[in-house]
Write a protein that binds this ligand. Structure first.
Ligand code: ADP
Ligand code: MN
Ligand code: MN
Ligand code: MN
Length: 338
């Protein structure tokens, strides 16, 4: 008989930014299959998801990955349900309208490795500042790259867990890094970003390092952190029509505020029009334009308007489920026959 450890992961009710929570369930002779993961429950009064006199919330398993950091173990991503079995109001995953997984998402998750003792990024001295930005992006060497050990270990764990991680890079600010995850299906992409975030937190924890997901943890002339959302559906991948692209892009313009509402807290600190961003009140798009709200990658144009778009506005703290749900809604609204 083998005892397996299943780590049930869910999103709490913290506002404005939901946080990761998890706890372990031991199961004997487990098959490793999602359908054999039982429903579970937790104390919603401790996570801002239920009142104390009616505190039970339910955990519904929705995705499973091998847990490479533990023996005989799995990571189980779950959705939170209220005690009546309906999706909890904090459950962004349940709001995604993409039944046939026609939408593909590639998220670029930026973050800072954070020194809890100085409350500053790794690589920042306790007082004053390191050299101005310039040498850190895609750097190598102890003078400019900080925390690579953690980043490498995280990448290996993601691969071993079966996440479709596509790459990593050191970012523009000191102590800032990025990983990219791509999936066919909005829910799968969201699940993998959240499990990737979980693995990063757990890995850095071993080194006494925190992850700062805030979109502008260092004010001044230091880049903020985004979570660019690259997306496509079969129309964007195959239409071959600049007009169709324009029609989809124009559908984003009147719902700018609705998008910003789910693109992460404090985004006005990051979307200033500087540091490769568009200002939070503007909407724009352009080929190869890293100062636009939505960039049309040059390969999409070179392939005869077949490819994908990059919404550059979502920030590092945004919930990928809610970001994807909103993008899908807007793209679908553009494609309704007149
Ligand atoms: P950059 O830093 O230049 O913006 P990255 O290489 O970091 O670009 O990220 C580009 C992302 O676009 C990758 O995550 C990739 O998976 C994603 N992507 C590529 N093709 C598509 C597509 N057809 N649909 C959705 N996402 C895509
Ligand atoms: Mn990138
Ligand atoms: Mn980046
Ligand atoms: Mn990008």
């Amino acid at each position: 008989m083998t005892k397996f450890k299943l780590e049930y992961i869910w999103l709490d009710g913290s506002a404005p930014t939901q946080g990761l929570r998890s706890k372990t369930k031991i199961i004997k002779d487990f098959s490793g299959k999602l359908e054999d993961c039982p429903m579970w429950s937790f104390d919603g009064s401790s996570t801002q998801q239920a009142p104390g006199n009616s505190s039970d919330c339910l955990l519904k398993p929705v995705a499973i990955y091998p847990d490479p950091g533990r023996k005989n173990a799995f990571l189980v991503m779950t959705e939170v349900l209220s005690s009546d079995g309906n999706a909890h109001p904090t459950n962004g995953r349940a709001t995604i309208d993409d039944e046939d997984d026609d939408f593909w998402f590639g998220f670029e998750q930026e973050y800072f490795l954070w020194d809890p003792s100085t409350n500053r990024p790794l690589g920042f001295p306790a007082e004053g500042y390191p050299e101005p930005q310039g040498p850190y992006y895609c750097s190598v060497g102890a003078k400019n790259a900080y925390g690579r050990e953690i980043v490498e270990e995280h990448m290996d764990l993601c691969i071993e867990a079966g996440l479709n991680i596509e790459g990593i890079n050191a970012e523009v600010a000191a102590g800032q890094w990025e990983f990219q995850i791509f999936a066919k299906g909005a829910q799968a992409a969201g699940d993998q970003i959240w499990v990737g975030r979980y693995l990063l937190e757990r890995t850095a924890e071993k080194y006494g390092v925190a992850i700062n997901w805030h979109c502008k943890p260092v004010l001044g002339d230091w880049n903020g952190s985004g979570m660019h959302a690259n997306f496509s559906n079969s129309v964007l991948r195959t239409c071959g029509s600049e007009d169709t692209y324009k029609q989809i892009l124009e559908a984003f313009r009147p719902v700018t505020a609705e998008h910003i509402a789910v693109y992460g807290a404090d985004n006005h600190l990051r979307l200033t029009g500087l540091h490769e961003t568009q200002s939070i009140d503007e909407f724009s798009y352009g080929v190869s334009d890293r100062g636009a709200s939505i960039r049309i990658p040059v390969v999409t144009v070179e392939n005869g308007w077949k490819g994908y778009l990059e919404d550059r506005r979502p920030n590092s703290e945004a919930d990928p489920y809610k970001v994807a749900a909103r993008i899908i809604k807007t793209v679908k609204s553009a494609l309704v026959p007149a």
